[in-house]
Write a protein that binds this ligand. Structure first.
Ligand code: IPM
Ligand code: MG
Length: 372
């Protein structure tokens, strides 16, 4: 019996390339684990009408953690056209498997550390070290959406809307509604986890990112709860900012920030911004963490145009491996992986194309493994 069971979910496109690279590092570090392949992604949507089949859901119920590559998400009509004729008749709708996974398994904490490793030619500024905590299960990602709008909902909306807002006189198929739903529990737990992290790692400041000046109900609730939670952490500076201003200030002076916490959609957006400041998609790593299960992935997508070319930078995924090791309680191994990555970046001998070099995905992984 191995110590850990890890679900292995490469998915589509470069998800396959980068997980192969991750495996090189895990094998070298000698984690006592069994890696169990799970089907996920475009292929299964086309064949079965489900990009996240039941058997993969069952697999995730029985593992300690998972590594996830990426999946392709096509827009509605293009997706429909690729289904088998039988499935086209049934008319299933495509929903992102990763979003479903986060909600289904309560992976509420999307943790996205963004650190500028010294010597990375892609660093926006040396010394950036931000950590984004993104709420991962609710908000505009709730999946409660209407297009066309059902009459019963239209009736309620018309009653509460102001006369100068034009939708109330429109036919039901002339507008659409996406619900931003934020709960007390969901908001509280992500803010708390961010403050606890700040306390544990002696971070100075936690900044809440919102748009409570306009989106009063949901973001107002998020901010109100954050203020309450912050009272239990008096040694940590509490700060908040509107998301639009935040993007400007982050670029202007990233050193004014430390730990950032945001509801789902703003967290999605600012985590891409922060990843870009530390080298772009080749460096953004991500943990989807719940109380029982955690799924680790690079922040980037499946990049179909690079699929199978072994060209992309695997560092994001290798840093996700580091996060998984930490979460499993294998911090020493996690630290070794991070040090090896930092060394390779600093040396500058082995670089993938995004860094201006010629190394392949697997050569980069091998170089990192050789440092451990
Ligand atoms: C991310 C991605 C996903 C998201 C997509 C692929 C559904 O952008 O993990 O940040 O929006 O959460
Ligand atoms: Mg994103």
């Amino acid at each position: 019996m191995t110590k850990y069971k890890i679900a292995w979910l490469p998915g589509d496109g470069i998800g396959v390339d980068v997980l192969e690279a991750a495996k090189i590092v895990l094998d070298k570090i000698g984690l006592d684990a069994e890696y169990i392949h799970g089907d996920i992604g475009w292929e299964f949507w086309c064949k079965e009408g489900d990009a996240f089949p039941e058997r993969t859901i069952d697999l995730l119920k029985n593992v300690d953690a998972a590594m996830f590559g990426a999946v392709t998400s096509k827009p509605g009509k293009a997706a429909q056209a690729e289904l088998t004729p039988e499935l086209q008749k049934l008319g299933p709708t495509y929903r992102s498997p990763i979003v479903r996974m986060r909600q289904m398994f309560g992976l509420y904490n999307c943790l996205r550390p963004c650190k500028a490793y010294p010597g990375n030619p892609l660093n926006y500024k040396e010394g950036i070290d931000l950590v984004v905590f993104r709420e991962n299960t609710e908000d505009l990602y709730s999946g409660v959406e209407f297009n066309p709008v059902p009459a019963a909902l239209a009736e309620i909306l018309t009653k509460v809307s102001k006369p100068f807002i034009p939708f109330s006189t429109l036919p039901l198929d002339q507008y659409a509604v996406s619900c931003k739903i934020n709960t007390r529990k969901g908001s509280e737990r992500i803010v708390r986890v961010a403050f606890e992290f700040a306390r544990k790692f002696k971070r100075k400041k936690v900044t809440i990112v919102h748009k409570a000046n306009v989106v009063r109900a949901t973001d107002g609730l998020f901010l109100e709860i954050a203020k309450e939670v912050s009272k239990s952490f008096p040694e940590i500076q509490f700060d908040d900012a509107n998301v639009d201003a935040m993007t400007m200030w982050l670029l202007k002076n990233p050193f004014n920030y430390d730990v950032l916490v945001a509801p789902n959609l703003y967290g999605d957006i600012i985590s891409d911004l922060c990843a870009q400041m530390v080298g772009g998609l080749g460096f953004g790593c991500s943990g989807n963490i719940g109380d029982k299960l955690a799924v680790f992935e690079p922040t980037h997508g499946s990049a179909p145009k690079y699929a199978g070319q072994y060209k992309v930078n695997p560092i994001a995924t290798i840093l996700a491996v580091k996060m998984m090791l930490d979460w499993l309680g294998e911090g020493e191994k996690g630290c070794m992986v991070e040090k090896a990555v930092a060394n390779i970046i600093k040396e500058g001998r082995v670089r993938t194309y995004d860094m201006g070099g010629k190394a392949t995905t697997l050569e980069m992984a091998q170089a990192i493994a050789a440092k451990m």
